[in-house]
Design a protein around this ligand. Structure first.
Ligand code: TXA
Ligand code: MG
Length: 350
């Protein structure tokens, strides 16, 4: 398949291109597009055959449901059976934005889109290109992250091209994603609501609206037989670059010492080692290929750079990436969740 790539400018959107891309969606095609979290791979959410193509292009397990994207709050009413009060409040407060809410679905949504579940995740992105694209399509758009299943989500158009060129009809570029981690997923079919995937909309922000909301305990722990995450997608090895990822967690000074020791050992074994550091620590590493995620004082910057940094170690053919850890608080919960999964929970405590 010949993939058409179109680069758009958020400040000066070419509506003619979005009109054509919208037509591709209505005709049952696949279009990757930017959002404020990560790039998405879109298809008409109401067209079972189009949605099936998403699973094929990504190599995604069939039991992993998709998120349906809308451009106006009004569009939700035909997609879900009812909206509890808490969900209504979350929508009013955080849409458009990086939040997905899970609600009981109507029959309008085919079973492939929800992977056979009776519920569906709905999200209204704030990214202006995404918003105009969904409007131009005139149908709700089912879109997982636009990566090959298991790889870190793409936060820039080059990474979409890397993963999806030749597998999709169109790729729309629109600069680097603002937040870099996927939306906060909230299950609103239960009471109190439950966070199935942490993101930029933090637990603290959600608790201001629903004080009893909590994070699914399986989110921050290694999945086991009795601890299965409620979001099917969270049980898979995920966000993994080709390099093996390891995390060192604890006091920062001890972390630097431990990482330096591990780097030396791997170099002695003839391995190419990368270090995922921060502005505060990067000067302390004397060996290894060091990339800083940004300042520890700015967790939004760190979340924005996380997936791109993981992928850039692959560009250097690094064998092993050792990462520092972050405090599990605020956006740090989302960052640590993605990092732990990319490392398949290989964590050394110091
Ligand atoms: O920020 C985002 O949400 C991005 C952009 C493109 O919008 N999309 C995204 O989609 O991250 P995806 O498919 O990569 O992740 C969706 C997550 C998966 O973990 C999936 O299992 C969960 O949401 N999910 C979707 N529908 C669900 C449902 N009905 N019940 C439980 N979990 C659900
Ligand atoms: Mg994904």
């Amino acid at each position: 398949m010949n993939t058409k790539v179109e680069l758009l400018d958020e400040k000066n959107i070419d509506e003619k291109i979005l009109k054509q891309a919208g037509y591709v969606i209505r005709e049952g095609g696949l279009v990757a597009f930017p959002t404020e979290t990560v790039y998405g791979l879109g298809a008409n959410a109401l067209d079972a055959n189009a949605v099936k193509k998403i699973f094929g292009a990504k190599g995604r397990p069939q039991d992993n449901p998709l998120i349906v994207h809308i451009s106006d709050i009004k569009e939700i009413y035909k997609l879900v059976k009812f909206i509890p009060e808490a969900a209504e409040k979350f929508m009013n407060e955080f849409w458009p934005g990086p939040m997905t809410i899970i609600l009981p679905k109507t029959d309008l949504i085919p079973d492939v889109t929800s992977a056979g579940l009776s519920s569906i995740g709905i999200r209204m992105p704030s990214n202006i290109i995404a918003n105009h694209f969904i409007k131009a399509a005139g149908v709700p758009i089912a879109a997982p992250s636009a990566n090959i299943s298991g790889r870190p989500s793409p936060t820039d158009v080059e990474r979409c091209i890397e993963d999806l060129n030749g597998k999709v009809d169109w790729i729309i570029g629109g600069g680097m994603s603002e937040f870099g981690v996927e939306s906060t997923v909230i299950d609103c079919t239960v009471e109190p609501s439950c966070v199935l995937r942490p993101g930029r909309i933090t637990l603290e922000m959600l608790r201001k609206i629903e004080p009893n909301i909590y994070i699914d305990p399986a989110v921050m722990r290694k999945p086991s037989r009795d601890l299965k995450p409620k979001a099917p997608g969270m049980k898979y090895r995920h966000y993994a670059p080709k390099a093996k990822v390891k995390i060192v967690q604890g006091d920062l000074k001890k972390t630097i010492a431990k990482i330096s020791e591990m780097v030396q050992n791997y170099i002695d074994e003839g391995k190419k080692v990368g270090i995922m550091a921060t502005d505060e620590t990067k000067e302390h590493y004397k060996k290894g290929f060091v990339i800083s995620l940004g300042s520890r004082k700015n967790m939004v910057e760190i979340s924005k750079n996380l997936f791109e940094t993981l992928r850039s170690f692959d560009d250097e053919n690094i064998d092993i990436v050792i990462s520092e850890a972050f405090e599990e608080q605020g956006i740090g919960i989302a960052v640590m969740n993605r990092l732990q999964k990319s490392a398949a929970f290989d964590i050394t405590e110091v």
